[in-house]
Every structure is written in structure tokens, then in C-alpha cells.
Ligand binder design. Sequence first.
Ligand code: HDE
Length: 725
Amino acid sequence: MTKKPAKAGSKGTPRARTSGQKGSADADGTPQETGKTEDLAPDTMPPGPTMTNNQGVGISDDQNSLKSHVRGPTLLEDIMMREKITHFDHERIPERVVHARGSAAHGFFQVYEDLSDVTMAQLFRDPKIQTPVFVRFSTVAGSRGSTDTPRDVRGFAVKFYTQEGVWDLVGNNMPVFFIQDAIKFPDLIHAVKPEPHNEIPQAQSAHDTFWDFASLTPESAHMLMWVMSDRGIPRSLTTMEGFGVHTFRLVNEDGKSRFVKFHWKPAKGVCSLVWEEAQLISGKDPDFNRRDLYEAIERGDFPEWELGFQIVEEEDEHKFGFDLLDATKIIPEELVPVRKIGKMTLNRNPDNFFAETEQVAFHTGHVVPGIDFTNDPLLQGRLFSYIDTQLRRVGPNFHEIPINRPLVPVDNNQRDGFGRQTINKGKVSYFPNSLGGGCPMHQPGAAAAFRSVALKEPGLKVRERSESFSDHFSQATQFWNSMSDWEKDHIAAAFSFELNQVVDEGVRNRTMNEILVNIAAELAEMVSGATGIEIAPAGTPEAPTPSAPTPSGPLKPNAASLKSPALSMDKPPPTIKGRKIAILGGDGVDDKEVQTALLLYAKEGLVAELIGPHAGAVEGASGKQLKVNRAAPNAPSVVYDAVLVPHGVGPALAAMPLAQRFIHEAYRHGKPVSVASDAGGLLEAAGVPEGDGVVVAEGSELLTGLLENLSQHRFPRRVSVLKPS
Ligand code: HDE
């Protein structure tokens, strides 16, 4: 008899759910489990001892097909082979049309204090509740197997399994968007995706169709600034901010509604890569960001973000000089401070990528009482699109899949469809009914029932854009003005890279003369110098003037034209926990120094790896064997944040092109480099000058100096990205 594989629990549908909401905590208060983990347990299967087919029948051999004789043809009768192969043939579901490449993690959210005054949502009212979350980060343009580090927006989608049902906050790592009206979304995505005739390029905006669209869409100017900034190439998914983008509403029990913008502030600060590094990582480690998130959680370095609210009273709606319903605008933090109201911690990796990360289905329309929508036309379109895409991608019963199902019971008269799990009893599946005692009933008075905010909608039914959406450049200019010198250098270099990839002269000219010159003359000049695109003197016939489909509007001075220091990334991160240090080793290395370094860096929560000429071990100066973490040919400089060259190996490394390149790249990418006094020759051979984060030192200064420099993240002024050397 074949035994069935042991399951982690028994399954019953509809499921009897325990309250399951509060996470249990360690003695020190560190939460270990969340209600969602318990909820998933009955569906989570460890590998069992014996193999069966899908009907539970034992399998004697699944490595040889059934043949008419030992060298004969395979028989149609081979039910085992056919079941195995047909299931394999159906393993894929359609990938997301955008945001296909994603990485996710479980965790929980906890509010700091009772916010009943602004919202009736339970998760914001009780600081004792740990609401389970599942968070999926993504790139937008690339397909599922594409690289982690293209220049792109990152998705930041959070599913909250609240006591009142599921709330999805489906945001990005940038607070604005390319377009103002959802009806343009298919055009935007068709333009940025690989061109349809040859399916090139993968996961890149640096091609003609994207810039054709962007140059004809002045409302994209502000978002272009964000994507061309280093925010488009985050160092880690854990060093990104997140934004709900749209203005939403919070509603309290009295029915009072206020506008709100949602912000996620990372505990590790906002840190990015540089473009050359990002491109190299794409080849050396396409899973760079995914690996970083996974490994951080595995070693207990749990990523955290604080959730912030920017709240605007209804009566203040029109005081900003831009429209709160326009998703191409931010509310500068200096005008309305971000109030930090709670914290999210990610503390568990998914058990199965497909079942969780791939099948999770977000929808902007998944809200709970206390959170409501505005008339932002981009948000309104998303409310339609997400449910539609989940029906197509995961199927009509996507809400029953373990990762998507709420922790509270679901009951309504929806029935059937592919993959239905619930066995609904009884003959009543309609409302109103008397045969089922009127059940399930509406809950008109219940706090847990969602009621839309009652709003007066004056005006004519029109297919038009509001005049209040017509200032496309003030905030793009504000973004530019808020940048430091090196950030400006990187932004201008990014525009230049993209426009140098564009073949069509009309598109290049239009981007310059319709978009960039309207953002900032300084930016236009920098890009002109690096692309050869001329800036047409205003009003001359050479100035291309295609008819843009939306009015670009006058440059209106408004409150938003001020500098907003919060936009700049030119600040040291609050912590460097999780950063990776490469220790270049080899036979004869000072093994005591290496061991001290490994201990010191581990104590600081850093990941230090000893790199040797090959896997295995190297022999230290004292004859001791030191374990090598990575072989030099497999350990590219770009996946580390800093380099240490201990005593004993400098002279040998100086003669090795691989080591020279390692150091040179680290230098170009602004990383701290600390070398022992016998490794000065290595710096010279690598063409790396001392100073500005490059240190030659002795003793403990060698090890601690590296830490001090790392606390700045990078030394971005060493190399001008705009003028490649
Ligand atoms: Fe999305 N978007 N989007 N989007 N979006 C999708 O839903 C769409 C927009 C965002 O990890 C799709 O499940 C429209 C803004 C994230 O699973 C689809 C418009 C923002 C994710 C869709 C937008 C986002 C998606 C594709 C214009 C930031 C990944 C597959 C109005 C606030 C979620 C899917 C995940 C995914 C439609 C614009 C964020 C087709 C029509 C603005 C993070 O429904």
C-alpha cells in the first residue's frame, strides 16, 4: 500500500477559520507567525516519503514509460506518463501583461496608535493588531524571466489580510505616473514594451517607440524625471520608498472623509545603483534584487517600512495650484508633512514561488471600510482593469487561491467557474430568497460593511480632461531643482543614454525641444552636449512642433515650483545593515585580519565574503585554511557594496587583470575601497587614486575605515556618468 504524503493540516471547504489575525510573538516581542501563515498551513505540503499520481494511486516508476516491449513504441495506455506530461504542459498561466517580473515576501503591519479620528478601518485603530501582509515587488516592462536591474519603475503591491477583508495597496516606488487618464495605459505600455515587429528590446525604455510616445505626451514629463533618476535602478527592494500614487480617501465612523496619499518609508533609507553597474549586474546576476530580498529574510535581517499618511482636509482640496486628482503630481512633503502611522515588517519568504508570488492577485478595488476612492481618472480606470486582468490570468475563482483568500469568511451567491473550491450547500444561490431564510443577508448597518462615500457630482457628462490637469512641467522642474550636482549628472546621463539609443531624428528632436527644454534649460543643455541633439532657438522654424494630443499648458508658478529637499537621495542611509563586502583573498593572506574583519562586519549586520582564486579554501599566512565564499571568476565587483584588500595579497593581486578590474569597477561605481599598505600597487595597476573613499591603511583603521565610508553608501562624485571616462 502506498501511503499518502503527509499534509501539514487537514483541508475543509468552506474553511472553519480561527480568528487567525494576531501574530504570535517571541519573548522579546518579535513576531514570528502571522495569521496568514496559519491560514496557509493546511495547503502547504512538505515533500512526502512516497510518490502517487494525482488520484493518490502509488507510482512504481516514473522514469521509464510503458512500451510494447523493451525496445518498442510507447503505449497510449501509459496513464502515468500522460498525466505527468500533460500536467507539465499546463504549468504556466499567462504572465502579467505588466509587472510580470516580481519577488514577494510575507510579513505584518502594525499601527502605532489608534487613528479612529481619520479612519474606521480596523487595521488603523488597534496598535495591538498585527495585520498579516504579502508584498510583491516588481519591474514593469520586462517579462517574467527578465533581469532585476533595468531602468524602470518598481511595483510595490501590498495585500493586507485585515479582520474586515482584504485591502490591496497597489503602489509603485515613484509617487507619480506617466499619464493622467487610464484610457491611455494600453498606448503607454505598447510603446514601452519590446517593439512588435522584432520583440526588441527586452525590459528597456531606451528605444524609439517609448520616446515617440513620451515626446508626444507632455504629461509624462514629471514621471520621466523620476524614472531617469537613480530611483529607476534601486540598490535593493528594501531601499525603495513606496507610494500609493493616487489621492485616496480616509473615512471615519462619522462618515467624514479626508484626502490621503500613502507613503512607504524604508528603514534602510533610499539607495540606488549607478547605471553602468546596473547594466553589468543584468548580465552577472539577473536575480540581484530578488536574491538580496530572499537572503536578507533568510538571515533574519527583516526589511521594514513605515507607512505614512499625507492628509488633506476636503475644504483644502483646491489650495495647491495643482489638482489632487492628477496622478502626475506629488504633494510636496514640505507643504503637507508625511505622518508616520505604523510599520510593516517582512519576515518570511514564500514557500513556493508559483503558488504565492505568481498567483497573488492584486486589485485597487480591494478596499475595506474606512478607505475609499477619489475621481482620479487613472485610479478609476484601474478599478476596472485589475479585476479584469485577474479573471483572465488566474480565473474567476482567484479569490479562493490560498494566497489570495481573506482570513474572514466569504459568503455570497457567486457560484461555479473554473477551479471552484468551495462546495456551496443548499439550493439557494440568489437574492432575495425566502427558501434560504434570506441568507446571506446584506449588512446595511454593520461597521464591517463597505459603503461608498456619498458625494455630489455636479457637471456635464464629457469626454474631456480638466483644465486643472494642464500644468505638465512645474513639478518636473521642481524635481530637477531639488537634485544635488551628482543626481543631476545621473539624470542627464540617463536621458542621454536613452536618446542615444533612439534612431529617429524627429523623436530625438521632439524630446529635446518639446519636453526637456520645458523642464530646465540646464538639463536640456547637458543632454544636448551628450547626444548631439540641437536645442532649437524658440520660435524658429527648426523647432519641431508636432501637435501634442494634450495641451502642455503654461508654466504656472505655484507652490509646487519650490524646491522639495525630500526628493533628493543625497543623504546617508540610516543603516548599512545587509550591505555586501568583498574581501579579496588568496594564499598568504593575513588570516587573522580576515577573521577579525569577518567577525566585525557580521556584528554590524553586513554580509562579508572572502573571494579566492577558486572555490574551496585558501591558505593563510599562518598556515590556516580559510573557507572561500566565492571564486574570483564567479564574483563580479558589481554585486558588492565595498571592497577590502587585507595584508598579504596586494602584490599578487596587482598582477592579476581580474583583480585590477574588480577594484577599478568598484571605484567607478563610487564604492568604498580599503586596501592594506602592501596593496598600493594594486590601486595603481587598477588606475585608482587614493582619497574620496579609497583608503590605504594599517591595523584596525583598515577595517573600521571601510565601515565609516560605507555608511555614506557611495562616493558619487568620483566619476561623472555623463562624461564617461
Ligand atoms: Fe497597474 N496593472 N495599471 N499600475 N500595477 C497591473 O494587474 C493598470 C498603474 C501596479 O505585483 C495589472 O495583476 C492600468 C499605476 C503594480 O501583481 C493590470 C493602469 C500604478 C502592479 C494593471 C495602471 C500601478 C500592477 C497587470 C493605468 C502605481 C503589479 C497584472 C490606469 C500606483 C501587481 C495585474 C502585482 C499590475 C493595470 C497604472 C501599479 C493590467 C490600467 C499608476 C504594482 O491590471
